[in-house]
Ligand binder design. Structure first.
Ligand code: PBG
Length: 335
């Protein structure tokens, strides 16, 4: 037949095209549709009150609970490595039913924010995780009724107070992770009433009740003392719920949204990215980190390759920014 486009390249011409473009590292670099750069990453960090040296987290090799000083050093290294920001979690010495230390001006996370902001100015985006589970003696993300049920609306008042305290301390971004209904609206109203109208909210909008948070509970010492989080975090089989939570948070005034965990929820990342026009972050959580570290420590997988592949996959799904415990190390590899 004349006019037919002929694909040349051997017995199976149609299949040869992909191989031609993969023949050398330079060729693969040229054709890559997803690239990683240090600015893609945000590092979650833990700062603990009342310790004199950083404490290693056994289920997350390479991750520590920081002292104020070791955190400052880590923050400088993060800035040096070119990552975009830090997500701060505080672990107070004293916990109580309402999580008072979350909004105490001299509470550990607020002191850490003040110091980091003084040290670094605007060099990194300082994000404050806003939740009560690290601060309550019962380990739930909100206040609980005498019957032991998380009490949504009184929790919103606490969240607004915490948001104001964190913004006052120097947080650039407030990141509510407690999954209470109406939390973004309550926090926005609180921030605005305290003249923090310019402080954005990154909502942990689609946060699943996940088994992959296990190691984090050691890191942040925030495991629930009774029950679990399945009434306020999302159910893993569901997609529609994620899109509704995202839409709701945006309607309440969220400036950016997050999907969490990342790797097991890439379909959700992709659907959220398609559905919204605000920045979408994905949180590669503690269990995702621990699995690769454990397999690599056993010699079962190539650590660097698996780490970069996992991060590439999250970006390929469309996440604009990835929260990852490998942020600084991966950034250095990519320089
Ligand atoms: C607390 C919070 C959790 C994580 C981030 N914020 C734990 C949870 O919801 O139980 C998990 C992060 C990780 O596993 O790395 N609201």
């Amino acid at each position: 037949m004349t006019g037919e486009v002929r694909l040349t390249g051997g017995a199976n011409p149609g299949f040869a095209r992909g191989r031609r473009l993969r023949s050398t590292p330079a060729m693969r670099r040229w054709t890559a549709q997803t690239r990683l750069a240090p600015a893609d990453f945000v590092l979650p960090v833990f700062v603990k009150e009342g310790i004199s040296d950083a404490v290693p987290i056994s289920s997350m090799p390479g991750v520590v609970q920081h002292t104020l000083d070791s955190l400052r050093k880590a923050a400088h290294e993060a800035a040096e490595a070119g990552i975009s920001g830090l997500m701060l979690f505080g672990i107070p010495a004293e916990k109580d039913p309402v999580g008072s230390q979350a909004d105490a001006a001299d509470g550990i996370v607020n002191v850490a924010l003040q110091q980091l902001r003084a040290d670094l100015g605007d060099e990194l985006v300082l994000m404050a995780d806003l939740c009560l589970c690290e601060y309550t003696d019962h380990g739930h993300c909100g206040v609980v009724t005498p019957a032991g049920v998380v009490d949504n609306d009184p929790t919103l008042d606490r969240y607004a107070a915490v948001a104001i305290a964190q913004a006052q301390a120097g947080a650039h971004v407030i990141a509510p992770s407690g999954m209470m209904d109406g939390q973004v609206a309550a926090i926005r109203a609180g921030l605005d009433s305290a003249a923090f109208t310019e402080t954005p909210i990154l909502a942990y909008a689609a946060k699943y009740a996940s088994g992959f948070y296990g190691p984090f509970r050691e890191a942040a010492e925030g495991a629930p003392q009774f029950g679990d989080r399945s009434t306020y975090q999302m159910d893993p089989p569901n997609t529609g719920e994620a899109l509704r939570e995202v839409a709701q948070d945006l309607a309440e005034g969220a400036d950016a949204v997050m999907v969490k965990p990342a790797g097991p929820y890439l379909d959700i990342v992709a659907r959220v990215v398609d559905a919204v026009d605000v920045p979408v972050s994905a949180y590669q959580v503690s269990g995702e980190y621990a699995m690769i570290e454990a397999a690599a420590a056993n010699g079962w997988i190539d650590r660097q390759r698996a780490v970069l592949e996992s991060l590439t996959a999250i970006r390929r799904a469309g996440a604009g920014s990835v929260l990852t415990y490998w942020a600084v190390e991966a950034a250095r590899w990519l320089r």
